[in-house]
Design a protein around this ligand. Sequence first.
Ligand code: 13P
Ligand code: SF4
Length: 334
Amino acid sequence: MNDDVVTIKNRLGNRVVIPAHHYELDEVVDMADFLGDSYKLAVDCSKTRAEYIVFGGVSFMAEGAALLAGSDQKVLIPDPQAGCPMAQMITGEGAKAVYETLSARCDRQIIPIVYMNSHADMKAFCGAHDGTVCTSSNASKIVKRFLDEDKSVFFSPDFNLGINTANDLGIPGHEVVTVRRDGTLEGADPSSARIFLWDGFCHVHKTFTLDDISRLRSSHPDIQIIVHPECEEAVVTASDYAGSTAMIYNTVKDAAPGTVWGIGTEYRFVARMANTFSDKTIIPLRESICHDMSRITLEKLTVSLASVESFIKDKGPLIHPVTVPESLKKDAKK
Ligand code: 13P
Ligand code: SF4
């Protein structure tokens, strides 16, 4: 099966690229032309001139690539069921209704900021309301920029990234409102609140607990704990470092040989780092897997690539093309 992907890719040459997220199965990572976190993949996809981008990742990432793709490029996802439950916890329409309610109750202008892990309708909603898209690497910088302009912020969909960012910026709890998915508000007085947080979550990162950290600290006294900011507030506070997938990778890569690391993010990525950086001891906080990422398999990758060949040869159907409605493109691109 491995040969099949390689053979088809060789025949297609530079007409096709395979980007893959760090959380993908090894068999997919092995076939990737480039690997990255959500942000790096979006940037690298926007630079490629390949006509066909066969995406190893979940649907919001493939949609992001389709958003930035040129008119002569096509994006495919080997399994359209590979979704992100967190991205699905808010829609552009739902967010607009909540935003209007919050705006009516808040004394300041509210700027919507949406995490990269969201669908194109959410990105379009933000673009249409003077808002922007952030990643886990630049959330603090972006939120700070708007707070410094004396605006308030509506942050979605990940509550944990939002609260960890608020803590990073020293925003006190009495200026934070939680917006529950049923529309109820908790916390600060909405009229003076600085940050409104949607209560979405990533089940992969929410799983890590304080016990996981204590267990590792007692068995490895020299351990340094590093976690993704989609983890719970208490877990991030108890860790030595928190940062995006890229930040975790670079921190561990650049660490001194012999150092010991406890890592709280997707298990496959941690296991791969343990193999790659074998001069360090790398231990997962626990085996938490993103099963949506696992939906992309070598077999499905082969089917998608074969469909590209048949499309070029005699206009056979592409499996599975990803498109963004024209009505959303302009605002989402902003
Ligand atoms: P990053 O890749 O942006 O760090 O996000 C983590 C994640 O959960 C991807 O789905
Ligand atoms: Fe979504 Fe979490 Fe999986 Fe990333 S790891 S795709 S945020 S469920």
